[in-house]
Design a protein around this ligand. Structure first.
Ligand code: NAD
Length: 506
């Protein structure tokens, strides 16, 4: 695997450590050992910015998933269960130290695997990865139950004491997408381990590399064997086997709404608990008093961040007609200013889409938008000979019935609609007219309008004068078909715990 040269013959700045990792044999991590898949089959890993193969990983099977689940089950009641919660916290802090020590290698691998710009890889690993692990590490010793006063009567007729304990939910299966691979691995692992659970992680087949590198850091951090298992593989084989497994207590899934529905069906066999973080089509509502100096870059980032391959992306703008033209012009200038290219070149801030399939899907939506009468203001075309690049794309004169306004495109396509003197309720009705409800934002200098509009948007998360305010401590998740449950914050931890009530009669 030495073809890491861009089509313009510019050699990429890749460190020795990253090269060594890419050239090594990538195996499954089960019960603290690295082993081949029972199928003997492999999956090629492609750098989406060059279309070159950069590595090969194992294609895990049902049998491999069975091994991984068994090792997680054994670990659940083994040494791990006896480690005091303060020490569990220390172990998670040690894992964070390992990430910090290997920060530049992890960032390079994330860029090569996913295509994201280096600045974004570095920002997300530092601000979300490490912070999330440390945040949940500090929760571990704070997990406790309650004593509950009960009214006398029936079986409770006498002096008694009732208390609850919070116990780990058990063996967790985590299935994650390709758009922010390392962060999703950490977002699942951190609260699960803080709660005392054990885990089988199934990374996306398109982006398995940082999870595997992370596996080596997990080994170094002193987490007992079997507590974390990593099975790379296809969704319909390894993912399906994990979701259907009768000895898995909970599935935490991030991905498309379509696959989320399959996960729900698969979980029925043993009625395992399910958390789903799914797709989105988030509205951005801009009132005429908004500060355009902040709103224009905010809107451009909300949609084009990660080339629009972002579940929270603010892809549907509703803007007051008085400032429509100025806003469109500003966002167009921002789109024109993006430096498009390989993420390892640090000045680039806009990378490729993840795959040829994804690019074709996005181009199809763009064609549909034009056919349905939307006005293409900017972009819409493939760029570069090599790599799955596409221009940031802006449509105006969009209406709520158009496909580009209703369906999740998962690419850099912004739809802009106008409003005039409608009431807040009427604007909200338009903003809420999709099957999704993940994120959203309101831009105004009127504090009262900001809060009233935020209350009317039917999403799990709404920001005022910013978009997608994500933080370890802020609960995040979807309404409607954007998901079940919440991640991040205390609620995120809660979903890895179960409550046991115990009563003693004196
Ligand atoms: P996807 O649903 O195709 O795949 C996600 C994961 O599910 C992958 O690991 C895949 O291998 C696995 N999978 C596929 N079929 C499966 C099956 N039958 N059984 C079990 N597992 C299966 O999603 P994707 O294309 O990787 O990611 C894009 C989607 O993820 C978008 O819809 C996006 O909105 C969503 N997403 C949501 C959030 C959120 O927090 N709400 C975050 C990121 C991405």
């Amino acid at each position: 695997c030495k073809p890491l040269i861009m089509n313009n013959s510019l050699e990429l700045p890749i460190s020795k450590e990253t090269r060594k990792f890419l050239e090594s044999k990538h195996l499954l991590f089960i019960n603290g050992e690295w082993r081949e898949s029972s199928s003997g089959e492999i999956i090629p890993v492609i750098d989406p910015a060059t279309e070159e193969k950069i590595a090969e990983v194992q294609s895990g099977t049902k049998e491999d998933v069975d091994h991984a689940v068994k090792s997680a089950r054994d670990a659940l009641t083994g040494e791990w269960s006896k480690i005091p919660s303060h020490d569990r916290a220390q172990i998670l802090h040690r894992l964070s130290d390992e990430i910090e020590a290997n920060f530049s290698t992890l960032s390079e691998i994330e860029v090569l695997d996913n295509g994201m710009p280096m600045q974004l890889a570095q920002y997300s690993i530092a601000s979300h990865g490490v912070t999330l692990l440390r945040y949940y590490a500090s929760w571990a010793p704070k997990i406790h139950g309650k004593t509950i006063p009960v009214s006398p009567g029936g079986a409770m007729n006498g002096e008694s004491l009732t208390y609850t304990k919070r116990e780990p939910i058990g063996v967790v299966g985590a299935i994650i997408p390709w758009n922010s691979p390392l962060i999703f691995a950490i977002l699942k692992l951190a609260p699960a381990l803080a709660a005392g659970c054990t885990l089988v992680l199934k990374p996306a087949e398109l982006t398995p590399l940082t999870a595997l590198y992370f596996g080596h850091l997990i080994e170094k951090s002193g987490i007992p064997k079997g507590v974390v298992n990593i099975v790379t593989g296809l969704g319909e084989t390894a993912g399906d086997a994990l979701a259907k497994h009768k000895d898995v207590d909970k599935i935490t899934f991030t991905g498309s709404t379509e696959v989320g529905k399959k996960i729900v069906s698969s979980s029925v066999g043993n009625l395992k608990k399910v958390t789903l973080e799914l797709g989105g089509k988030s509205p951005v509502v801009i009132f005429k008093d908004a500060d355009l100096e902040k709103t224009v870059p905010g809107v451009a980032r909300a949609c084009f961040f990660l080339q629009g391959q972002n579940c929270m992306a603010g892809t549907r703008v509703f803007v007051h007609e008085d400032i429509h033209d100025e806003l469109v012009q500003g966002v167009k200038e921002m789109a024109e200013s993006f430096q498009i290219g390989h993420g390892l070149i640090e000045s680039n801030d806009f990378g490729p889409l993840i795959s040829e399939n994804q690019r074709n899907r996005v181009l199809k939506y763009i064609k549909q938008g034009m056919a349905e009468g939307a006005n293409l203001v900017y972009g819409g075309k493939k760029i570069n000979e090599k790599g799955f690049f596409i221009q940031p794309t802006i449509f105006t004169e969009v209406t709520g019935e158009m496909k580009i306004a209703k369906e999740e495109i998962f690419g850099p396509v912004l739809s802009i609609e106008k409003f005039g003197n409608e009431s807040l309720e009427e604007i909200a009705k338009r903003a809420n007219s999709t099957t999704y409800g993940l994120s959203g934002s309101v831009w105004t200098n009127d504090i009262s309008i900001g809060h009233r509009m935020a209350a009317l948007i039917d999403s799990g998360q709404v920001s005022i004068n910013c978009h997608a305010a994500v933080d370890s401590a802020i609960p995040f998740g979807g309404n409607k078909q954007s998901g079940w449950g919440r991640e991040f914050g205390e609620e995120g931890l809660d979903s890895y715990l179960k409550t046991k009530a115990t009563t003693i009669m004196y």
